[in-house]
Design a protein around this ligand. Structure first.
Ligand SMILES: *Cc1c(COP(=O)(O)O)cnc(C)c1O
Length: 834
C-alpha cells in the first residue's frame, strides 16, 4: 500500500518518497486564534497592524482549508485502497457561490472559527463578504451540479465533478438608467484559495486536421493528423461533505497553449505574433457563455465542450488503467453522468479513445460505452436543444464526425430492423438532422449513447416520454426515467438561514441537515402558538436583514412588516416575470383609484440576469425598473406597494433573498419549467408558493397539501388545448377591464413618458404576436389568486401555520434524496465505508 502527501491520484513517481500518514501535521490541533495569526503572517506576510480585511479573509480561508485538506488526502487514500465504482459528473456549469462558510459549516468548525475571529477583533460576517462567488454557471442547471457535489460528498459517494475553470464567470449585472449593464466577472483577480493547480495532470486536446484511413490486415484504422493542439491543465477544488470525513474533488480544466511560443514566428523576429497565438488557444477557457435555456451554435462553444470532455475522458481512463487491465471492468468502475447535452460529445470521444487510441474493436467498445453513460435532459424548449452544423463539426472534429456517422448508421439499422419501412421514424430519430441543412442533434447522440435518460421532475419526465422523446421511448422502452431535482439543505437552510436553523434545532435537535425527513417532526408545532411566534420572529429578522441590504443597494426603504413577494431567477419570457409586472400595475391602479380600503402592504422584489443578447428579457428588466421608479415615488402609494429590482442576482444574493421571502413566485407557463429549484429553496425557508402546475411545483403541492400552496392558471393539457383551439389574446384584452387598462398604460408610455414607444414591442408580443406564453389567458386567475394571498397574509397566525407546514414537508426536495436515486437506479454506486 502506498500513501500520498498530496491529494492527487497520480501514480507515485520514484523520486517522491512515501511518507507514513501518521507523520502528517494535523491541522485541527492548533486553536483557531493561533492558526489565523499564523496564516496572516506566513501565508499573507502581514501583521495584525498592516492586515486589510482581505488579508483576514485569506487567513480565515487558509485556516479552514487546512482542515479540508487533511480530510481530502485521506479520502484519496480511501478511494485508492477500496477501489470503488466512481461517478464522474460532467457539466459545463458549476454554480458554486462562495466556498468558505460552506466549508466551515460542513466540517463543523464554524463556531470555533467565528470565536477565533471575534477574539482577534474581527467578525466572520465581515470577512465572508471579501470572497467572490464562484459563478461558473448561469442558473438552475449549474446550481444543481453544485448541490449534487455537496450531496455526493455528504453521502460518501465517490463522485468527481469535471468542468471548465472559466477565467470569467457569469457577468456581474449593474442597473444603469433602469437597464442591465453587463460587467466582466474577474473573480480570480485576487487569486483563489480554494483551487490547487495540478501541472502534473495535463492532457493534449486536438482540433481541426484531417482523417487518414489505413487499411490493415485486421481492419481499417483511422488516424487523425495535422491537428492543432491545446493543453488542458487541471485545477482541483475540494468539496467537503457535511458531518463526514469525505472530501471529494471538482476538477476544472484550464486551457494553456501547447507551446509557449511558436518558434517560427519567434525566429522571424515576430515576437508579438508568437505571444498572440498563445493567447488564441487560451481563449477556450476564458469565459462562460451567459445563455440560459438557449443554444448558441458558436464555434468557440463547441471548442469549450470538446476541450473539457476530452480532458475529462482521458483523465478518467488514465485513472481506470492505473488500477485495471481488463476493459470488461470499465462499466463496473466508471459511471458518467452528462448534465444536459453540453458534454454529449463525450460519447464520441470515448469511442475515439477506446477504438483509435486503445485499439479496441468497435462493437466491443460500443457495448462498454452504453453501459457507462447516462444523460439528464433539462428542457423541452426547442431553442435550447443543441445542434451543430455538420460543416462546423467536421471542420473542428473530423474524426468525431466520422464516429458519429457510424454510431448513427448502426442505430438507424437497428431501428429499421424493429420498425421496418418507417422512413419518417428514421428521419425523426436520426442523430443527423437532414431537414434543417444537415445538423448534428446532440440530444439524440446522448440518448443513443446512454443506458438511462432522465427528466428532472415527474411532469417533465412524462412530457419527455410523450413529446420530445416519444419515438425513443418506443425504440428503447424503459430507458427514460424520472429523478426529481433537489437542493442541498446545508447551504439552503443551515448556512443561509441560521435563525430558522437554530429554531428547528432547539425543537428537534440537530440531524435534519443530513436527514431532511426529520423535518416532519415539525408538523405538530404548526399548531403551537409559541412556536409560530418564534417562527414569525425569525422571518421578520430575515426580512429586516434583507431590507437593510436592499436599501444599501437601491436606496429604497422597505417596511419589513409588508408581504415580501419575491421572484428571483433568470429573466426569461417562459418564466413570466411580465405576468408578475401586470399584477403589480393592477395593484397600483387599484391603490390610486382608491378602490381598496385596506390592501395588504406588499414589497414585490425581482432579481435575475438576462442573457446579453436576449433583447426582450432586457426590456422586461427595464420595464420593472420604470414601474418601480413611478410606484416607489408616488406619495399616494406610500408603503402599500414597493417594487424592487435586486441587482446582480447570484448565489450569495440568493442566500439573503430566500430566507427573507414570504411569497414564492413560480409562475411559468405550465409545461415549460422542467423542474425549478428556486421553488424548493423558497418553501424550505418558509415562504408560501404562488405557482402554476409546472415542473416540481406539482410535487411541492403533493407534499405540502392543496391548502398550503396557491395554485392558479392553465394546466399543461389546458395550455395545449387553448393553443389548439386558436388562442386569441385580444379576447382577454377586451374581456377584462383591469387587464386592458394595464396593457394600455404599458403601450401608451405611462411608465416611459420620455419615450412613449419604449414598450411597444412588449405589447406587440402579447397582443399582435400571439402571446406565446399565455400571459393574458392566465392573468385573471393569477390576480384572483394574488387577492387570496393578500387576504391570508392579514391572518398572520394562519399564514405562519401554513409556512411551518411547508418547511415540515420539504424532505423530498433534499438533493440527498435525488443523489440516492441516481446512485441506486442509474449509477449503481455505493457509499464508501470508512
Ligand atoms: C436556485 C438558483 C437558480 C434556479 O432558480 P429557478 O427559480 O429554479 O430558476 C438560479 N440562480 C441561482 C443563483 C440559484 O441559487
Amino acid at each position: 500500500m502506498t500513501t500520498s502527501k498530496t491529494p492527487t491520484d497520480q501514480p507515485r513517481t520514484p523520486t517522491r518518497p512515501a511518507k507514513p500518514a501518521a507523520r502528517r501535521i494535523s491541522a485541527h490541533k492548533a486553536p483557531a486564534v493561533q492558526s489565523l495569526q499564523n496564516h496572516l503572517t506566513f501565508s499573507s506576510g502581514k501583521t495584525s497592524t498592516s492586515a486589510t480585511e482581505r488579508d483576514w479573509y485569506a487567513a480565515t480561508a487558509n485556516t479552514i482549508r487546512d482542515h479540508v485538506i487533511e480530510r481530502w488526502v485521506k479520502t484519496v487514500d480511501a478511494y485508492r485502497e477500496q477501489d470503488p465504482k466512481r461517478v464522474y459528473y460532467l457539466s459545463l456549469e458549476f454554480l458554486i457561490g462562495r466556498m468558505m462558510s460552506n466549508a466551515a459549516l460542513n466540517l463543523g468548525i464554524a463556531p470555533e472559527i467565528r470565536d477565533g475571529l471575534t477574539k482577534l477583533g474581527h467578525s466572520l460576517e465581515e470577512v465572508v463578504e471579501k470572497e467572490n462567488d464562484a459563478a461558473l454557471g448561469n442558473g438552475g442547471l449549474g446550481r444543481l451540479a453544485a448541490c449534487f457535489l455537496d450531496s455526493m460528498a455528504t453521502m460518501d459517494i465517490p463522485g468527481t465533478g469535471y468542468g471548465i475553470r472559466y477565467e470569467y464567470g457569469m457577468f456581474r449585472q449593474t442597473i444603469e438608467g433602469g437597464q442591465q449593464i453587463e460587467n466582466p466577472d474577474n473573480w480570480l483577480r485576487y487569486g483563489n484559495i480554494w483551487e490547487f493547480q495540478r501541472p502534473e495532470h495535463t492532457y493534449d486536446v486536438k482540433f481541426f486536421g484531417r482523417v487518414v484511413e489505413c487499411v490493415e490486415s485486421h481492419g481499417t484504422e483511422y488516424h487523425w493528423v495535422d491537428t492543432e493542439h491545446v493543453v488542458a491543465m487541471a485545477y482541483d477544488v475540494p468539496i467537503p461533505g457535511y458531518g463526514t470525513e469525505t472530501v471529494n474533488n471538482l476538477r476544472l480544466w484550464s486551457a494553456k497553449a501547447a507551446r509557449e511560443f511558436d518558434l517560427g514566428h519567434f525566429n522571424d523576429g515576430n515576437y508579438e505574433k508568437a505571444v498572440e497565438l498563445r493567447n488564441d488557444s487560451e481563449t477556450i477557457s476564458r469565459v462562460l457563455y451567459p445563455n440560459d435555456a438557449s443554444a448558441s451554435g458558436r464555434e468557440l462553444r463547441l471548442k469549450q465542450q470538446y476541450f473539457f470532455v476530452s480532458a475529462s475522458v482521458q483523465d478518467l481512463l488514465r485513472r481506470f488503467l492505473c488500477e485495471h487491465k481488463d476493459w470488461n471492468l470499465l462499466p463496473e468502475k466508471v459511471a458518467i453522468q452528462l448534465n444536459d447535452t453540453h458534454p454529449a460529445i463525450a460519447v464520441a470521444e470515448m469511442m475515439y479513445q477506446l477504438v483509435d487510441v486503445h485499439k479496441l474493436k468497435w462493437d466491443y467498445a460500443w457495448g462498454l460505452v452504453v453501459k457507462v453513460f447516462a444523460y439528464t435532459n433539462h428542457t423541452l424548449m426547442p431553442e435550447a436543444l443543441e445542434t451543430w452544423s455538420v460543416e462546423l463539426f467536421g471542420r473542428l472534429l473530423p474524426r468525431h464526425l466520422g464516429i458519429i456517422f457510424r454510431i448513427n448508421h448502426q442505430f438507424l439499422q437497428m431501428v429499421n430492423h424493429h420498425f421496418p419501412g418507417d422512413t419518417d421514424l428514421l428521419s425523426r430519430v436520426s442523430i443527423i438532422d437532414e431537414t434543417h441543412g444537415r445538423r448534428v442533434r446532440m440530444a439524440h447522440l446522448a440518448v443513443v449513447g446512454s443506458h438511462t435518460v432522465n427528466g428532472v421532475a415527474a411532469l417533465h419526465s412524462e412530457l419527455l416520454k410523450t413529446t420530445l422523446f416519444a419515438d425513443f421511448n418506443r425504440i428503447y422502452p424503459g430507458k427514460l426515467v424520472n429523478v426529481t431535482n433537489g437542493i442541498t439543505p446545508r447551504r439552503w437552510l443551515n448556512q443561509c438561514n441560521p435563525g430558522l436553523t437554530q429554531l428547528i434545532s432547539s425543537a428537534l435537535g440537530d440531524g435534519f441537515q443530513k436527514d431532511l425527513s426529520k423535518l416532519s417532526s415539525l408538523e405538530p408545532l404548526a399548531e403551537d402558538a409559541d412556536f409560530r411566534n418564534a417562527f414569525r420572529a425569525v422571518k421578520l429578522a430575515n426580512k429586516q436583514r434583507l431590507a437593510t441590504r436592499i436599501e444599501k443597494l437601491t436606496g429604497v426603504k422597505l417596511n419589513p412588516n409588508s408581504l415580501f413577494d419575491v421572484q428571483i431567477k433568470r429573466i426569461h419570457e417562459y418564466k413570466r416575470q411580465l405576468l408578475n409586472v401586470l399584477h403589480v400595475i393592477t395593484l397600483y391602479n387599484r391603490i390610486r383609484s382608491g378602490q381598496v380600503k385596506d390592501s395588504t402592504p406588499r414589497v414585490v422584489i425581482f432579481g435575475g440576469k438576462a442573457a446579453p443578447g436576449y433583447w426582450m428579457a432586457k426590456q422586461i428588466i427595464r420595464l420593472i425598473n420604470d414601474v418601480a421608479a413611478l410606484v416607489n415615488d408616488d406619495p399616494a402609494v406610500g408603503d402599500k406597494l414597493k417594487v424592487v429590482f435586486y441587482p446582480n442576482y447570484e448565489v450569495s444574493a440568493a442566500e439573503l433573498l430566500f430566507p427573507g421571502s414570504d411569497l414564492s413566485e413560480q409562475i411559468s407557463t405550465a409545461g415549460t419549467e422542467a423542474s425549478g429549484t428556486g421553488n424548493m429553496k423558497m418553501a424550505l425557508n418558509g415562504a408560501l408558493t404562488i405557482g402554476t402546475l409546472d415542473g416540481a411545483n406539482v410535487e411541492i403541492k403533493e407534499e405540502v397539501g392543496d391548502d398550503n400552496i396557491f395554485i392558479f392558471g392553465l394546466t399543461t393539457p389546458e395550455v395545449a388545448a387553448t393553443k389548439a383551439a386558436g388562442y386569441n389574446p385580444w379576447d382577454y384584452y377586451h374581456g377584462n377591464a383591469e387587464l386592458k387598462q394595464v396593457l394600455d398604460m404599458i403601450g401608451n408610455g405611462f411608465f416611459s413618458v420620455d419615450e412613449p414607444d419604449r414598450y411597444r414591442a412588449i405589447l406587440d408580443t402579447l397582443l399582435q404576436k400571439g402571446d406565446h406564453y399565455l400571459l393574458l389567458a392566465d392573468y385573471a386567475s393569477y390576480v384572483a389568486t394574488q387577492d387570496a394571498v393578500g387576504a391570508l397574509y392579514k391572518d398572520q397566525d394562519e399564514w405562519t401555520r401554513r409556512a411551518v407546514l411547508n418547511v415540515a414537508r420539504m424532505a423530498k426536495f433534499s438533493s440527498d434524496r435525488t443523489i440516492a436515486e441516481y446512485a441506486s437506479n442509474i449509477w449503481k454506486v455505493k457509499p464508501v465505508q470508512r
